[in-house]
Design a protein around this ligand. Structure first.
Ligand SMILES: [Fe+2]
Length: 281
């Protein structure tokens, strides 16, 4: 486990956290789903200082068993999903610099702790995330049965691309119906001052009820506001979609999805191909 403590941060980094956090508060009140807002309350996040994960976990773990676990850098996909299966959330501990408050391609502690972790206080959302982690195991099991190497690599490339698209359009950029209209539950939106509002009010965004067959075939780009977002009815609905994703995986439906983004890097593929999983029953 990555070791760190509060003293690893400079005052100017706490200042970045303070700026990011304070400007998000009115946007969360207006656009975030109620489960996220309850999560922010439950975690008692420090608005003035970058929180210590052990403090966050003290409030988080009793609610759903989830814990934020510090990581020092990129975690290959299978290992990341396997952590979710075990109710651990790999959490970046670095923070963006003051001159890139609005966009950065990689996660930082603001995205991970203020954007993702409050969602993990909700039992239904947490269960959907664990179920997604189980899907990664299913994927690794299924491809471990394929003898021909070229077919094995092609299959896991497609299955992983489908999983990455699903994760993107739900966990990172999902919208949810509520009695007050559409609300945000995706962490990429919850941690973005500009895009959280854009996602709900802009006429430039297409918002559709999620269809699994669409999401898994839909390419996305990460370097601009999303033009297309998908809506779920509830976290029970989200859970049922993850269930269906696994069913389709077993049936081979994900073995040949539409090409395009995201690109699949070798490190992620290897993490599935070298995963230690029991054989398919
Ligand atoms: Fe994220």
């Amino acid at each position: 486990m990555w070791c760190y403590n509060l003293s690893m941060y400079f005052e100017k980094e706490h200042e970045v956290w303070r700026t990011l956090y304070s400007r998000m508060i009115p946007r969360w009140e207006r656009y975030a789903n109620e489960h996220f807002r309850a999560g922010i309350e439950a975690l008692r996040l420090d608005s003035e200082h970058i929180p210590r994960l052990e403090d966050v976990n003290r409030f988080l773990a009793p609610l759903t068993g989830f814990q934020a676990e510090a990581v020092g850098g990129y975690v290959p996909a299978f290992l990341f999903f396997d952590k979710l299966r075990n109710r651990r959330f790999p959490t970046t501990v670095t923070i963006r610099s003051a001159d890139s408050l609005d966009y950065l391609p990689e996660p930082d502690i603001f995205h991970d702790v203020a954007g993702h972790v409050p969602m993990h206080t909700d039992p239904n959302f947490a269960n959907a995330l664990v179920r997604f982690g189980e899907c990664a195991h299913t994927a690794a099991e299924l491809v471990s049965e394929i003898r021909d190497e070229e077919t094995r690599v092609r299959t896991i490339t497609n299955v992983f691309r489908a999983m990455a698209r699903f994760f993107w359009f739900t966990i990172e950029f999902g919208l949810m119906r509520s009695k007050d209209g559409l609300r945000v539950y995706g962490s990429g939106l919850l941690s973005s001052y500009g895009e959280i509002e854009h996602s709900i009010v802009s006429p430039d965004v297409q918002r559709y009820p999620i269809q699994l067959e669409w999401a898994i075939n839909q390419a996305f780009e990460i370097d601009h506001y999303q033009p297309l977002l998908f809506i779920v009815d509830s976290f029970d609905h989200l859970f049922s979609l993850v269930d269906r994703l696994e069913k389709w995986m077993r049936e081979g439906t994900l073995n040949n999805v539409a090409p395009g983004e995201p690109g699949v890097i070798e490190e992620d593929l290897k993490s599935f191909l070298h995963a230690s999983v029991p054989a398919v029953r």
